[in-house]
Write a protein that binds this ligand. Structure first.
Ligand code: ZN
Length: 242
């Protein structure tokens, strides 16, 4: 696979086909816009996959060829086959990076990896969101200002029912007063997971240059980092003489 990062952008691709307001923002689907943004990076090879494809486009072979999987979903969480969730889960533990976007907080794969309810507070009022970088040395914050803003967003507020993040990169403040842990990192076995909050389907969030910078940084952070072979289980031969 060389030094390039092989990225798969997965989208349930339902809102865009059902709702004209969403189709106007993402005529070819959210996945197409995210893939186009990431493809501008010379170190990334990007493909897409959607719910309607056989095995949701996430066959063993495609997952084996994927270094980082991005996941956008909202209304179709229950339609994702458990066998595919099992497969993705196994690949994450084996080192594939996973980036869960916005309403993917309620996806089967995110809930399985977190082990908590993953519920949160929400409101659709097209209000301003200000994202503060709270871990300026983190690779996902590379090249970002101390804060950035989105003029119109859906609000997600605390409490967000997740395990404590291993690293917290962003905290959002909303015009209505709520706050939210909007950029969270976890490690699960060899896999790295990043949850990134912005991305409601009726707003042009994924065209925003700063959002694209975050996604680019997150893909590079989540890519497998070439750790030593992991060995577990019965180990009858000690390293030192006993
Ligand atoms: Zn939303």
């Amino acid at each position: 696979m060389g030094n390039r990062i092989h990225v798969t952008v997965w989208n349930e691709f339902l809102h865009e086909k059902k709702h004209e307001a969403v189709r106007q923002v993402y005529p070819n689907g959210i996945h197409a816009v995210i893939a186009e943004a990431l493809s501008a990076n010379p170190d990334m090879t990007v493909r897409t996959a959607t719910l309607e494809q056989p095995e949701h486009g996430l066959t063993d072979q495609i997952l084996a060829e994927t270094d980082v999987l991005l996941w956008w979903a909202h209304m179709g969480h229950g339609q994702v086959a458990d066998a595919v969730v099992d497969r993705v889960h196994k690949r994450v533990l084996d080192g594939m990076g996973l980036i869960c976007l916005h309403s993917a907080h309620f996806s089967k794969i995110f809930k399985r990896l977190m082990g908590t309810g993953c519920d949160l507070k929400w409101r659709e009022a097209a209000e301003k969101e200000r994202l503060w970088v709270v871990d300026p040395a983190h690779p996902i914050a590379d090249g970002l200002p101390e804060y950035f803003e989105l003029p119109h967003t859906e609000m997600y507020g605390e409490h967000f029912d997740i395990p404590q993040p291993d690293q917290l990169v962003f905290i959002s403040w909303f015009a209505g007063g709520e706050v939210f842990r909007s950029g969270c990192c976890w490690h699960r076995s060899k896999g790295k997971i990043f949850y990134f909050r912005p991305g409601h389907e009726t707003f042009n969030i994924y065209y925003d240059q700063t959002i694209r910078k975050v996604l680019t940084n997150a893909v590079r952070w989540a890519a497998p980092s070439g750790t030593a072979v992991v060995k577990r289980g019965h180990h009858p031969t000690p390293l030192e003489k006993l």
